[in-house]
Design a protein around this ligand. Structure first.
Ligand SMILES: Cc1cc2nc3c(=O)[nH]c(=O)nc-3n(C[C@H](O)[C@H](O)[C@H](O)COP(=O)(O)OP(=O)(O)OC[C@H]3O[C@@H](n4cnc5c(N)ncnc54)[C@H](O)[C@@H]3O)c2cc1C
Length: 414
């Protein structure tokens, strides 16, 4: 079956007929089609031209563009599709969320940053105190606060339950000591949601962990950059030395954070599949293959390259269908837990393959490390830097090996 789909996709590619979002035969309801039109009109009116052009010129969005876009979407009330309406969410169905994400990515919008909106926001809504909800949720929506995730430590990544950062209750505060690592965009964040050990004597390591919301400006918080293999500053080490965190920044109950962390990581993994973004990347890749020349013809006419592209597209179609399956299951009362690790595994692999093929499309020029002319703009995204950065996709949010372990246990019941 997949061979047949691959062959059909190959022929469509060769004839340059495959276009954007309509190659998958999935029926949306009339209301969903109407909603898609509403989203398209909003994007046509509100998505700034420079942000759109950044994407279609094969460049990466800047930090400033990401936040400008957040602040454009926020007043429309559309930044938090996953939140209940009473807290400022949209009340969209999972299918509507997917449509918004897909349309925004295909139009060239930046991804809304997930740490506040997708990760800690839903946890505060489900487990936080009334005061935490009243204070933090509006600030996440408006973009006033920016969050980072303080889970991993030098000795605790896949085996997160072995984390050692210690929090000791002293009167009205928790005194926190320890080290977090790989903290993405910690240099920009003013808050960090942090897993800490509050009971080192618990009979299971998972039982003695709590979740604290830490103000990054508190004395004793030190952020040090880690420069990754692509030469850029995405991640950090965060040192916590006698940081006094007000006790009312504890989320839920002391020592119960393993439950909250699992809920949060489930949401993170679904997001990391990045189906909308994957689709937009594949369309860009196709545009690149039409533009690039090989042996005097468009690269897309090279049968070997076209076959690789078709193979990638057909795997993406399978991912998209799985995502839609998950959405219909949620729609009829199921949850995303079973498919989340599968989507994370396949989505991150497809993103990596897409980066790799794009680098191949650019050809020997992709090896240039420093751009020396504006003609090399394409290298920002598809040079060696981009490929190197993509190595991390199958590590963060849970490595591929760990996803396979979860699938074998949870889904295959092995
Ligand atoms: C770019 C980047 C950004 C990140 N951002 C954040 C962030 O913002 N906040 C945060 O808290 N963390 C973040 N992380 C950390 C990330 O979640 C961890 O790197 C990840 O969980 C893996 O942990 P580790 O690096 O300690 O590797 P390890 O857990 O030591 O794993 C090493 C290798 O062993 C394999 N392995 C481990 N256990 C098993 C097992 N049981 N079965 C089979 N194989 C196994 C792994 O797959 C991997 O190949 C980020 C990581 C990266 C690379």
């Amino acid at each position: 079956m997949s061979i047949i789909v691959g062959q059909v996709a190959f022929c469509l590619y060769r004839d340059h007929k495959l276009d954007g979002g309509d190659f998958m035969d999935f029926t949306f309801t009339q209301e969903e089609d109407g909603f898609r039109e509403e989203v398209r009109s909003f994007l046509a009116a509100e998505l700034p031209q420079d942000i759109r052009e950044t994407h279609f010129s094969f460049l990466r969005h800047s930090w400033e563009q990401m936040f400008r876009w957040h602040k454009i979407v926020a007043p429309k009330g559309w930044v938090a599709p996953y939140w209940p309406v009473e807290y400022g969410g949209t009340g969209w169905t999972p299918v509507q969320q997917y449509i918004f994400d897909e349309e925004a990515m295909m139009a060239g919008a930046p991804r809304l940053r997930p740490f506040g909106l997708k990760m800690i926001g839903p946890v505060i809504i489900k487990y936080g105190s009334d005061e935490q909800k009243a204070y933090f949720l509006p600030r996440i929506l408006s973009g006033e606060d920016y969050w980072c995730q303080g889970f991993s430590e030098p000795g605790a990544g896949s085996d997160l339950a072995s984390l050692k950062t210690r929090a000791v209750r002293e009167g009205d505060v928790y005194k926190v000591n320890g080290q977090k690592t790989w903290t993405t965009t910690g240099q920009h964040a003013n808050w960090m949601f942090t897993l800490v050990r509050t009971d080192p004597e618990a009979d299971k390591p998972q039982k003695g962990i709590s979740l604290l919301l830490i103000d990054m400006t508190l004395p004793g918080v030190e952020v040090r950059p880690i420069i990754t293999i692509d030469g850029d500053h995405h991640v950090n080490e965060v040192f916590l030395n006698d940081v006094e965190v007000p006790a009312d920044m504890l989320v839920g109950e002391e020592n119960k954070a393993w439950t909250y962390a699992k809920f949060l990581l489930g949401n993170e993994r679904v997001g990391i599949a990045n189906v909308g973004q994957n689709k937009a990347e594949l369309r860009l890749l196709r545009a690149l293959a039409l533009k690039q020349q090989r042996n005097g013809a468009a690269l897309i006419d090279d049968p070997v390259f076209a076959a690789k592209l078709a193979d990638l597209e057909s795997d993406f179609m399978a991912l998209e269908i799985s995502n839609l399956r998950m959405l219909s299951s949620i729609k009829s009362g199921g949850d995303s837990a079973e498919l989340a690790p599968f989507l994370k595994l396949r989505g991150s692999e497809i993103q990596q393959r897409s980066n790799e093929l794009a680098m191949e499309a650019v050809g020997p020029r992709a090896a240039v490390w420093e751009k020396d002319s504006s003609d090399d703009a394409i290298l920002d995204r598809y040079g060696t830097h981009g490929w190197m950065l993509s190595r991390a996709f199958t590590i963060f949010g849970g490595s591929s090996e760990v996803m396979k372990n979860i699938i074998s246990k949870q889904t295959l019941r092995l």
